[in-house]
Design a protein around this ligand. Structure first.
Ligand code: OVV
Length: 401
C-alpha cells in the first residue's frame, strides 16, 4: 500500500485533558500526548486530537476539512445546543466568516491602533510607577489584570458601570469550549446577570461615540451586512480580548520571574520586547486548545478520521514540540519564534493579535525601564480554565531600576 493509503489507528489516550491535574500543569502532559502518535483518540469524549506541531498546523490550515461552524469546543453544534449565540467570527466558515472578518479587520487596522499607543503608555507608567513604589505586589492581580481593564473597555467605549462582568463572561466563554466539568460548572454560578450585561453593553446606544464598539456597528452598516451583526461582533471583542490579554501578560511576567537572566537580557536590549512577547506565547501560551469538526472523511498522518469528528488541537503542545523547535522547553527571548501557533493559524488566526502585542509591548517597555529585577515572593496560583492557561496570583518583589 502506498504511503497515502496507509491506515493506522489513532493513539488512544486515557488521561483526561480537562482534568484538574492536566489543567493545572498542561506542560507535564504534553510529552505524553505528543509521543503517543501524530493523531490521538480520547475515548472519554469520543474525539480525535493532535498535539505535534505539523499536525496542529495542518488541521488549522485546512478550514474546508476542519471547520469551525460546528463549534470550536467539544460541543458539536449540529447536535448540541451552543452555550451562547455562536460568534460570527470564531464559529463560522467562509463565506460568512470572510465578510465579518473583513469588517473587523478595518476596526483593528494598525494605523487606528497606533494612535492609542501614547495614551496606553501613560496608563502603563501610572500603574507601574505605583507598583514600583510598593516594591511587593501581585503581578497578576495588580498588573496583568489591571492594565488591559484600564485601556481596552475605554478603547471600545463600553459602559462604565458593570465592567466587572467582562472577566466573569470571558472566563465562562472559554470554559464552555470544554466539557461540563466542575471547572465549567463553577464558572456558571451567577452567570445570568453577566450575560445580560454583555448583551446590553454591545448595543449601539450603549457604546460611547468615538469608540471602536460604535465603529463596529458603523462598518457593519457600510459593508451592507445585517445591522444585528453589529452587537454580536462587538461581543467578540469582549469574549476574546479580555481574559486572553490578561493571561498573555500574566504568563509572560511569570516566565520572567522564573528566568531572571532573560529579564536582564531584555533590560540590556529593549529591541527584544517584541520577541519576548512572542516567546512568552510560545513557551506558556494562554489559549491552549481549540477544536475543529471534520466536514469529510480525511486521512491525517496515516489515520482515517470520519466525517463529523471533533478534533482537538493542542496549541500549547505544538509550541513546544521538539520535532519543530530547538530546545523547545527553554524560555529564550532572543530565539526565532515565528511560526508559533499561540494565536492559532490560518483564516481564524487571532484577529486581535496586534492589540495584544501593543498592550504587552507597552507593559514590557515601561516595566523594563522601571524594574531591575522581578523575584517570586510566594507560590504563584493558577486559575483553572478549560481553554486558557491562566493565573490567579503571582506575588513578586521587584528591585527598582
Ligand atoms: C478567539 C475567540 C475566543 C472566544 C470568543 C471569540 C473568539 C468570539 O468571537 O466570540
Amino acid at each position: 500500500m502506498s504511503e497515502a493509503h496507509r491506515t493506522e489507528r489513532a493513539a488512544s489516550v486515557s488521561v483526561d485533558p480537562f482534568s484538574i491535574e492536566v489543567l493545572s500543569d498542561p506542560y507535564a502532559y504534553h510529552p505524553q500526548i505528543r509521543d503517543a502518535g501524530p493523531v490521538l483518540w480520547f475515548p472519554q469524549y469520543q474525539v480525535f486530537g493532535v498535539a505535534r506541531y505539523a499536525e496542529v498546523k495542518e488541521v488549522l490550515s485546512d478550514w474546508e476539512t476542519y471547520c469551525s461552524s460546528r463549534g470550536v469546543g467539544l460541543a458539536d453544534f449540529s447536535r448540541d445546543t451552543p452555550w451562547r449565540t455562536p460568534s460570527l467570527l470564531l464559529e463560522r466558515d467562509p463565506p460568512l466568516h470572510t465578510s465579518t472578518r473583513t469588517v473587523m479587520n478595518k476596526v483593528v487596522a494598525l494605523p487606528r491602533l497606533k494612535k492609542l499607543a501614547d495614551h496606553w503608555r501613560v496608563v502603563a507608567r501610572d500603574l507601574i510607577d505605583g507598583l514600583v513604589a510598593q516594591r511587593s505586589f501581585d503581578a497578576v492581580q495588580d498588573l496583568a489584570e489591571q492594565f488591559p481593564l484600564r485601556i481596552f473597555p475605554d478603547t471600545l467605549g463600553l459602559l462604565q458601570e458593570g465592567r466587572e462582568n467582562l472577566l466573569i463572561y470571558a472566563t465562562s466563554t472559554f470554559n464552555a469550549f470544554g466539557p461540563r466539568n466542575d471547572v465549567f460548572l463553577e464558572s456558571q454560578i451567577g452567570i445570568e446577570p453577566a450575560l445580560a450585561w454583555i448583551d446590553e453593553a454591545c448595543r449601539y446606544e450603549n457604546l460611547a461615540p468615538g469608540g471602536w464598539g460604535r465603529d463596529v456597528h458603523d462598518f457593519v452598516k457600510e459593508a451592507g451586512l445585517p445591522a444585528e451583526y453589529g452587537a454580536l461582533l462587538v461581543r467578540s471583542f469582549l469574549s476574546a480580548g479580555v481574559d486572553t490579554t490578561i493571561n498573555g501578560i500574566g504568563n509572560l511576567l511569570h516566565a520572567f520571574s522564573l528566568h531572571p537572566q532573560e529579564w536582564q537580557k531584555l533590560r540590556n536590549d529593549r529591541s527584544l520586547v517584541k520577541r519576548a512577547f512572542e516567546e512568552g506565547l510560545r513557551w506558556q501560551g494562554t489559549a491552549q486548545t481549540f477544536f475543529r469538526t471534520t466536514t469529510r472523511n480525511v486521512n491525517l498522518a496515516g489515520v482515517n478520521i470520519p466525517e463529523g469528528s471533533k478534533v482537538i488541537a493542542f496549541l500549547g503542545a505544538a509550541n513546544r514540540d521538539p520535532r519543530h523547535w530547538e530546545e523547545a522547553d527553554t524560555f529564550n527571548i532572543s530565539r526565532q519564534t515565528s511560526g508559533h501557533v499561540g494565536f492559532g493559524f490560518g483564516i481564524h488566526q487571532c484577529l486581535g493579535q496586534m492589540i495584544a502585542r501593543q498592550e504587552s509591548e507597552v507593559v514590557l517597555e515601561v516595566l523594563s525601564q522601571r524594574v531591575a529585577s522581578i523575584t517570586p515572593a510566594g507560590e504563584p496560583q493558577r486559575r483553572l480554565n478549560n481553554t486558557l492557561f491562566a493565573m490567579k496570583s503571582l506575588p513578586v518583589t521587584i528591585e527598582p531600576a
